[in-house]
Design a protein around this ligand. Sequence first.
Ligand code: ADP
Length: 511
Amino acid sequence: MNRQDFTLSHESFSRDYDLLLLALQASKSGIIITDNRQLDNPITFANQAFEEMSGYKHNEIIGRNCRFLQGTDREQEGRYVLGDAVRKGEGCIVELRNYKKNGTRFWNELYMAPVKDKDGSVTHFIGVQNDITRRKNAESTLLAERELLERNVRERTRHLKESEDYLRTIIETLREALLVLDKDMTVLSANAFFYATFALTPEQVIGKSLYEAGNGEWNLPELKNILEVVLPANNPFEGFEMTNDFKERGRKDLILNARRIEVDGNYKDRILLALQDVTENKANETRKDDFLSIASHELRTPLTTVQGYMQLAELLLQEDDKQTAIETLNKGYEYVSKLNNLISDLLDVSRIQAKHMQLNKTEFEFDDMIRSCVETVQVGIKTHQIQVDGKVGTLFTGDKERLEQVMVNLLQNAAKYSPGSDLVKVIVTTISGFIKVSVTDTGVGIGKEDQKKVFERFYRVQETQKDFAGIGIGLYVCDTIIREHQGTLWVDSEIGKGSTFSFTLPFTSKQ
Ligand code: ADP
């Protein structure tokens, strides 16, 4: 019995049916027919192509359920779709991982259609199958390549993000104002120090042209000229100096450096612009220059006066006027001692700079020290009355001479900077373990900004310096002495109304 006879022996078929059967046999697609009326839906027909496709012989196929092609690989989505269709008696198309007899896996694209009798019951299923392994392989290679590509892109993005984060962290921590510009000079980012230095917000800067950013302070033709060649000619610049008035921050001296950014071969069309605020340095330099000329002037004036008195005394001696000569020499001594004080102050500054100010601590009556300072200063000041209120009433351990120096300085300043008034008040109190001394005048006063700076070396208030002699080191030395005693020196003042310089000293400041 041949195959056809075996599989179709229970059917009655015509000549046309024979032809159809031959066509099935000739098909390049694997075709099977299963009998749904029999237990476990067995295969009742398989064509030649199916045998070739599966590697199984005809007798190894007939009578079995199609699942034998899946071997143990049962967890497949297609199988559930197929099972569902069989149960419902519907057609379906699925892709299944099947296994040839020799174990080789192949992808089977299965078209399955039910055959129903006149009552609508499913009698058979016809399965047309094609080996789509090649297509599947091509698809999975494509998928693998795409995944690889995506992984590479992800890796690269991560790497870029990491280096960007790294860069951002560095930029944020730098104490230098930084801007990143694109090729059109649009500001892409700015660091925190930039915003703090110029008192600007991101809205005033980001996405704007540098020349319009802030209040247009960077709209300078010379800056434009050099910035615009940074990228095209890869021509960085350093040390571009500019001075401008910034709306919120006043006049600023800046030094600008710019270069093309390049991190791992990225961002080549960006410019990193660093803006260094050198206002303070410049002011310090100017202050030093001013100090030199003021100090030489302050030294020369008493020296010339002493010279004059000496010449006069010489003349008086030649004229035998001893009494007037002695008086003249005494006046000369006054200037010599002024010179002496000035030189001591200068020496103090260099000692402080070299951190060599040493305190010579002893135990002394604090109130006596204050009284003696007031008396000494009062002798030299005829214009003002120095009035003392309050007392400490105990001994204090500290450097008496240095603290006298502070008191004398504050008292002399109070009188010097209050030419229109006649009273200087000193208040001495004790507050929870501290001595507090305040020296109040009703003089020219000091503006808020200057109040912070008067304790700096060589600092003198601009508005008043031409009217009052001085070299701007007295308060700097006082501040150091008080700090060396673990105390604090500060000023409360209002322009035109006067100033109160106060200091506190802890009782525990022993060494
Ligand atoms: P100098 O008086 O030699 O300039 P100081 O260090 O004592 O130096 O003072 C620094 C600056 O502080 C002064 O130049 C002055 O502008 C200001 N100043 C100090 N004391 C007073 C005061 N009592 N009233 C107003 N301004 C003062």
